[in-house]
Design a binder for this molecule. Structure first.
Ligand code: PXG
Length: 440
């Protein structure tokens, strides 16, 4: 039996073209700060900060030390009925950063679990208040809310849903997406046009009757579909319509929370407070898997009734509030505060935006979108081979320029470190330009 990493058959990679990958694998064996080390020893600059996860850089010494200490002190303890000290500490720290009125959080292990947890909390909340008829869930076209059945159902990315079409959860509908190449192409930051698309929620309230709708879930800035910042005024209008009909508003901030848009939460940056916020990724800087669902006090309070010996919410994961993950989260919160990470991120926005938009005149580029430290360059598709140009750019960046970027079909995406060095950022985009110049 072989056990070395050169035998590639056993591992079925997620969201990856397995056969193509295994023909010429891209395998990382180490990381430090803003760089990866590949198997052959080459050093690569990470233009995606992990997978939106590792905003303060890889192997940050404070997180490494906290995890090492914790795993030797308390590796695990059950999270049901008995739990650990670090989970409480992290809940206190993280909720202190949340918008006013949001002072409770529920721990999960991923963004997908956070989303499904949030949807369940929304349904349970209405039922606890005697509005059990509010069962309908509303997502948005092009939304990404992870891969579990609830999140996939409210999500709006077609390839993710296609083979499960008949198995999605019932009672879900979608408002229209806000992508508008005609009116908003090459816009910097929030698009000027499209606030009126929030009225699509009124259409669904008229169709289903607003009193039957439990919650609406959107990403404040849609990420996975290729960065769609909210049109100016759009989120505020969604909030108003939700209030008008008694619908809970859920912001999926798995990407946007913890500095990616220059504040602790997108909610803060956009000045719109949802009822529930889902997070993961930046909660622990990606070091140990963990997610958290933040809820308004009124939601938590609605569950805290009935006999006190009874479980209020029949939901939880074996690893909810895992002590080692919580220790990583606490160290991450320390770094955010001590190193002024969100301020650094905010300070890099203009430079990042200028670098991205310097590609506007490139022959392959049909749109550029950005907000905070989230950016996308959309390339035109080759005739009859949608996605081929994007993946070629990804691979050439890796092999020819020692750069890790992501592509989603023909959209190339960037998630710089929150504490990027401006010169390194510039040099990395020069590499991307050489690649774009070299592909057909
Ligand atoms: N919600 C949002 C908004 C996300 O971005 C999830 C939920 C699911 O999280 P987990 O931890 O279950 O993967 C995500 C995940 C990309 C990309 O290329 C983004 C994600 C995952 C994979 C790729 O933008 N985000």
């Amino acid at each position: 039996m072989s056990t070395n990493s050169s035998d590639l058959e056993a591992y079925w990679l997620p969201y990856t073209a397995n056969r193509d990958f295994k023909a010429k694998p891209r395998i990382i064996r180490a990381a430090s700060g803003h760089h990866y080390t590949a198997e052959d020893g080459s050093r690569l600059y990470d233009m995606f900060s992990g997978l939106w996860t590792s905003g303060v850089g890889h192997c940050h010494p404070k997180i490494v030390a906290a995890v090492q200490k914790q795993v030797a002190e308390l590796d695990y303890c059950m999270g049901f009925q008995v739990t650990n000290d670090k989970a409480f500490e992290l809940a206190n720290r993280a909720t202190a950063m949340a918008p006013d009125g949001i002072n409770h959080c529920f721990f999960t292990n991923s963004g997908s679990e956070s989303v499904d947890t949030a949807l369940k909390i929304a349904l349970g909340y209405h039922r606890a208040r005697g509005e059990g008829n509010r069962t309908r869930l509303i997502g948005r076209e092009k939304g990404y809310h992870g891969v579990n059945f609830g999140g996939m159902s409210v999500g709006g990315i077609v390839p993710n849903r296609k083979i499960f079409s008949a198995n999605l959860i019932p009672g879900v509908d979608h408002i229209r997406h806000t992508h508008d190449l005609e009116r908003n192409a090459f816009n910097r930051g929030q698009p000027e046009y499209g606030a009126e698309l929030a009225e699509d929620l009124q259409r669904l309230c008229a169709l289903h009757d607003g009193s039957n709708i439990a919650a609406v879930i959107v990403e404040p800035v849609a990420g996975s579909c290729g960065i769609l910042p909210p049109p100016i005024g759009y989120l505020k209008r969604l909030r108003e319509i939700c209030d008008e009909h008694g619908i809970l508003l859920i912001f999926d901030e798995v990407i946007t929370a913890f500095g990616r848009v220059g504040e602790a939460f997108g909610a803060e940056r956009f000045g719109v407070t949802p009822d529930i916020i889902t997070t993961a990724k930046g909660l622990t800087n990606g070091v140990i898997p963990m997610g958290a669902v933040f809820v308004r006090d009124s939601i938590y309070d609605a569950f805290m009734q009935g006999p006190e010996h009874m479980v209020e919410l029949f939901h939880g994961y074996t690893y909810s509030g895992h002590p080692v993950a919580a220790a990583a989260g606490l160290a991450t919160m320390d770094i955010y505060a001590e190193e002024g990470i969100f301020e650094q991120a905010r300070g890099l926005e203009q430079h990042f935006e200028d670098l991205l938009h310097s590609f506007a005149d490139h022959k392959h580029v049909i749109d550029i979108r950005n907000f905070g430290l989230m950016g996308a360059i959309e390339l035109s598709a080759r005739d009859g081979a949608a996605g081929a140009r994007g993946v070629e750019v990804h691979k050439k960046c890796f092999w020819d320029e020692n750069l890790v970027i992501r592509n989603s079909m023909d959209i190339i995406q960037f998630s710089p470190f929150l504490n990027s060095d401006p010169d390194e950022m510039q040099a990395s985009f020069e590499g991307v330009r050489r690649v774009l110049d070299s592909v057909e």
